[in-house]
Design a protein around this ligand. Sequence first.
Ligand code: ADP
Ligand code: MG
Length: 812
Amino acid sequence: MAAGRPWRVALREGCQRLAGVPVEYDLRPYHTQLERVDAVGAHALSDAQLTSRFEAARRAVAGGRPVDQVLPEAYALTREACARALGMRPFDVQMMAAIALHRGRLAQLATGEGKTLVAVMPAALNAMSGRGVHVLTANDYLARRDAAWMGAAYAFLGLTVASVTEHLGRADRQAAYAADITYVTAKEAGFDFLRDHAVVDPAHVVQRPFHFAIVDEADFILIDEARVPLVIAGETAAPPIPHQRIAEAVRTLTPGADFRLDQHERNVTLTDAGFRRAQTVLGCGPLHDPRQHLTLSAIHVALHAEVLLKRDRDYIVRGGRIELVDEFTGRVAENRRWPHGIQPAVEAKEGVEVRPEGAVLGSIPIQHFVRLWPRLAGMTATALPAAEEFREFYGLTTVVFPPHRPCSRVDEPDVVFTHRDAKLHALAGEIARVQATARPVLVGTASVAESEALFRALRDRRIKCRVLNARHDAREAVIIARAGMPGAVTISTNMAGRGTDIVLGGGDPALRERVASLGGLYVIGTNRHESRRVDDQLRGRAGRQGDPGSSRFFISLEDDLISRYGVVGLIPRAHRPARQDGPVEDPVVSREIARAQRIIEGQNFEIRRTLWRYSAMVEEQRAQVCARREELLHDESEPTACAEAAPEHHAALSRTAGDREVARAENRLTMLVLDRRWTDHLRLIEDIREGIHLQRYGGRDPLTEFQRQIIDAYAAMMEELRAEVVDRFRALRAEGGRIDLQRLGVRRPAATWTYLINDNPFASFWVSLIAPGSAGTSMATAVLAVLYWPVAAVVAAWVFVRRALARQKRQE
Ligand code: ADP
Ligand code: MG
């Protein structure tokens, strides 16, 4: 953060300590450990000695010596390996962060401090046992880049390294996961996990059991992406819904008369007139008829898709497909779909081919997937604002490391405008002014549409700039890397090119001097994001490794964030500015915006917590099913059910095919039936979840009710599973000493595919499930209140009033 306000920083740290925020500030234990590393004296060793000593240490670990004891030796040798093989000798603070990672901490290190290098030490140390280490990166490009970049250091030590990326085949994947260190995105690793748990041939499994993972850009993966469920789906014959016709019918409805929008434009409902009209246009039977419930819900979804989802904001249409825009990165989210029939509704709305949804064969939210590693560590530049969440969900304690060189970036106060056009005008003016001095400017926008509006405004002023919208990580990295050249103007959605270093002057010392004398990189944000972390990430693009730089946000009261949450309504009436062309000077306005952002963060945290509670039980069931399936797949279970329930048939089969073959057939049969039942169970859970909020009207707690229902459903599934297996077993025949399962018709879907499920965009859903007055909210609010000025009482009162207002609104 900006230097020059040390007392505030000190005060905040003090408050955080008092509030029990899970952050470690005391770095002394790391210093002590570092002294032990230094004492090894590895710099005096020859290359060959380095390699052989590492090899010896590795043998010791394989022989049972605890890795903790080997740490000083291994870290010292690895540091030398980095210095000699990569030409980068890790700085002391990097070594300390590396120690923190081994201890399973979340290391906060500013952007550009060299986290890629930091990961090498714990990765090498933990790979010594031969159990494999995963480094989880933010995208495929970074997985490939980092594995290649750090490769020489690992090779020096005799360790193998590989990366897994989207288009890799099965054999290559197996080889990559067999390496000592594997760089891969959480998403790709998750898809492989799901596929491994859907294979019918044990030889097709690609992953080894998990051991230790280091998560790079940890807040992005563990928080922003955490809610995203990964899905493996397969073909089914679903009843056809006439999406195109429904989309056309919905388009004939008139706002106000046929449907109503709620105040924040987050929900839309059909009126009675709307019902009748849809019915007439579609020429179907009465929509209230239970037999029409599929049509009715398709109409609802189509109406939502028509009215609430905006092209070029929520999605783009490219190559005859709908591609979702990620709300966090503002970029196209590849391979992502909306749940619950929203996807086909949008496809129909845009007149592109409606693709089948398939049946979900397996799914796991990233939040839970990451916890499958017995040991986890993370690193990011922006951990602190989410420290509480890291601790609660992942048991990770945040450790804040100072930059190698002090940060000298200046973070200017926000400039606020009353409307978008005024903001755009001022932005273009500011960029023109700065560009005339040749100082490089990086502009972070929230959406593709906004990038384009700005691009046009700049073009009108004949300012050359580069716009980064399309999703192409490698190309993006090249452009972002050049954003520090004199006179460069780069516009990108807010997290494009994450993980790429912006070097002033692009690496040329003379140009660097020139850019530095102009003030370094100037970062402009055109929007406040829902989370301060994302804003901080953008700011962090400037002022890396002690470089000069500055950042500033231009905001308008018409921005999505502000209008969606009704922030203007929070500004006291006397301070509410009238429409004006110049910036709003009233500090109360900026303060309210900042405060609203914290409340929104708290709410999002609460949504994730709710999701967590709802998925915890499902996860437990999934873990049980996975474990059972693993036994069945590897034929490691000694089945008894059929011998007990159908003893005569069992005995007859055994006589012709042998006990072993009968056991194999029963295991295989059980696995196939389990797979199908689990798919049905997942669908049932979705149905239960969708309707569960209604329990509140019956005075019951939705969460308790939800858990009760899915526990019952699980028990019933297991019971039926057993019965079905026995039934099908009775139909088995042995021929030529083998039992043929094919004939039974239980098999996996021929085609499977994987994708991510985007949040339901009409997401008042999870909000509706947040327990009213939950302890979590008040805790988060209290901590926030202690951390950031306004005294707890004020915030609490405010939250209270807001809730009361919301309740009143709901009743109206
Ligand atoms: P981060 O991930 O923390 O943002 P990177 O790993 O991308 O940072 O590294 C940023 C830059 O710092 C890279 O260009 C890298 O070469 C350089 N760097 C990192 N550590 C060192 C070091 N110990 N010595 C010299 N250069 C380093
Ligand atoms: Mg990085």
